[in-house]
Design a protein around this ligand. Structure first.
Ligand code: PLP
Length: 514
């Protein structure tokens, strides 16, 4: 990278703040977890299945971790299986039980606010002949228990309901839901990914038959999940191969990740003890945001017992979330619009729609999720950035949606398309027609070549980097700058017809000036 390229990076870091408020997407690895993982990585490389001493020591590490994971949710260690992630855990239960019961029983009932790892798996199972029904939820996303019970029939074999929602933080009464299901001889899977470490979990007391977990939401490593299978519940493996995990999940164990998950679970009590402080900061945040915009709408339940302590979903009427999130990102604050797995889809959140928000309101909603590293100073900083943005004290970057980007704009002489995609994306996909390609981290030596009398439309793969560059251009005195929301990825999905017809036409690679 040439020295001038650092100019843009320097511009970005000048705010010198980094405030991470997206803990429901993932969490930083805790010191205790990091220490445990490094120790395992440096000293224990034996295969846990090997019969000699090194292998046996590795196997002990796996069993120790299994005990810590089981303790964190009040399960027996022999009811815990390690998986690659919670997505795998959810897939494994849904597919295994479908194979077990179909065609004798065909129906699964779930909630419309589940994570994509459940919803998309259910959609797949429907293509295989299963019947999936979604139960009614109220404006807060709570399952309507009486309605749910009416939906259960002779065909139903599984009820799938998350313990806590990743977007709004709504907590379900899993014990009551399980009681209803069991009365009708129906099994229960609960996705407990967001609940672990935020609220107390007791799988035995709740009575669930299956529950899924993920280490990276709990200050543990990415790429390791767990599945609780109540003793005696039907289950067949998703992966076939070796005899690992008691024959239920083949593949050599990811020892350092498993050890890291165990260490993260050892810290669960500490996390639960911090919940009060986190909840108080969330209340402070809500109060400050309400002062900025008294008409804002809180989508998360306000009663403590009904919402995760760290999660806030908030709608600012008339304020597009893409613009606000772009400004927050520019000022070093990470928040999100919904599930990280839906990023780039440019679709309003299915969770927000299920609790009654319009498409527009969903596009005016952000999710802020606090964590153990969050401080009151962070909260003040974030509200300051939101205030500046909403009260119009920050430069205005115009937003173009993928649906709006039509032939008129693409071929408009007064629009200059600036393509800032990284090289690997350019190798995979052609860009917009008439685009001017510059390196993602271009510097001042390109600025002289950009027209000051045209609107500059900045395009990147997902709409995030282009936002940063849009603000950079505004700071450099360019008057009319627009950003393509959701980036080229969203436009390709939304306007496949135009992409097929025009992609890559008349694109120019700009050379750096002196
Ligand atoms: N379930 C919920 C509620 C989640 O929030 C997530 C992650 O965002 C998952 C499942 C998937 O977890 P993983 O990333 O381990 O596959």
């Amino acid at each position: 990278m040439e020295i001038q390229h650092f100019e843009f990076l320097k511009h970005l870091v000048r705010f010198n703040r980094h405030v991470y408020l997206d803990h429901n997407a993932t969490t930083p690895v805790s010191d205790g977890v990091r220490r445990k993982m490094s120790q395992v990585l440096s000293s224990h490389y034996g295969n846990p299945s090997s019969f000699y001493g090194m292998g046996r020591r590795s196997a002990e590490i796996v069993e120790q971790a299994r005990k810590h994971v089981a303790d964190a949710m009040h399960a027996h260690p022999h009811e815990i299986y390690f998986t690659g992630c919670a997505t795998e855990s959810n897939n494994a239960v849904l597919k295994s039980l479908s194979a077990h019961f179909f065609p004798k029983k065909k129906k699964i009932i779930s909630t419309p606010i589940e994570h994509p790892s459940v919803i998309n798996t259910l959609e797949y199972l429907e293509t295989q002949g299963l019947i999936v029904e979604y139960c009614a939820v109220d404006r807060q996303g709570r399952v309507l228990l009486a309605e749910l019970e009416k939906q259960i029939d002779e065909e139903t074999f599984l009820l799938c309901c998350m313990a806590a929602n990743n977007e709004t933080g709504v907590i379900q009464d899993i014990a009551a839901i399980t009681e209803i299901a069991h009365r009708h001889d129906v099994l229960v899977l609960s996705d407990c990914v967001q609940a672990l470490g935020k609220i107390p979990i007791d799988v035995h007391e709740w009575g669930v038959d299956y529950a899924s977990f993920s280490a990276h939401k709990l200050y543990g490593p990415k790429g390791i999940g767990a599945l609780y299978v109540k003793q005696g519940s039907p289950f067949t493996p998703l992966l076939h191969g070796g005899h690992q995990e008691n024959g239920l999940r083949a593949g050599t164990e990811s020892l350092h990740n498993i050890a890291g998950f165990g260490a993260a679970c050892q810290e669960v009590e500490k996390h639960l003890a911090d919940a009060k402080r986190i909840r108080a900061m969330k209340s402070q945040l809500v109060q400050q945001l309400k002062e900025i915009r008294p008409d804002c709408v809180i989508n998360s339940p306000e009663a403590d017992a009904e919402c995760l302590p760290n999660t806030l979903s908030i709608t600012f009427p008339g304020v597009e979330n893409a613009g606000l999130m772009g400004m927050l990102d520019y000022r070093g604050v990470a928040v999100s619009a919904g599930s990280a797995c839906s990023t780039g889809e440019d679709k309003p959140s299915h969770v927000l729609k299920a609790i009654g928000l319009s498409d527009q309101a969903a596009r005016e909603t952000i999710r802020i999720s606090l964590g153990h590293g969050t401080s009151e100073r962070d909260i003040r900083y974030v509200t300051g950035v939101v205030r500046d943005y909403i009260e119009g004290r920050t430069p205005y970057v115009d937003m173009i949606t993928p649906a709006q980007l039509n032939e008129t704009i693409l071929f408009d002489e007064k629009t200059y398309i600036l393509d800032v995609r990284p090289d690997d994306d350019r190798r995979k996909h052609k860009g917009l027609p008439n685009s001017h390609e510059v390196p993602s981290f271009f510097g001042e030596n390109y600025l002289d070549q950009l027209p000051r009398d045209k609107r500059i439309l900045v395009v990147c793969p997902g709409g995030g980097l282009s936002f940063m560059i849009s603000y950079y251009l505004k700071a450099k005195g360019f008057q009319r700058v627009s950003n393509l929301r959701g980036g080229l990825d969203s436009w390709r999905k939304r306007r496949g017809d135009l992409y097929q017809k025009y992609a890559g036409q008349n694109s120019i690679v700009l050379q750096p000036g002196k």
